[in-house]
Design a protein around this ligand. Structure first.
Ligand SMILES: [Zn+2]
Length: 64
């Protein structure tokens, strides 16, 4: 979906402008919104949005 991609690019840019570097891998950390689905009761899910910093250390666990 084009709209979602635009959003992802904007988030990526916002993270790059902040210029946070990871102490572990030395890469640029990208601030991104991670949406967690939480099971709340029988068959219903809640969505929890969390702001996270993504770099090479954890990108694989975020962008599956
Ligand atoms: Zn890192």
């Amino acid at each position: 979906m084009a709209k979602q991609q635009d959003f992802a690019e904007k988030v990526k840019k916002a993270g790059l402008e902040k210029g946070i570097k990871c102490k572990v891998c030395g890469g640029q950390k990208i601030s991104t919104l991670f949406i967690n689905s939480i099971k709340s009761g029988a068959g219903s899910y809640r969505f929890n949005r969390v702001q996270i910093q993504v770099c090479k250390c954890n990108e694989k666990s975020v962008y599956v």
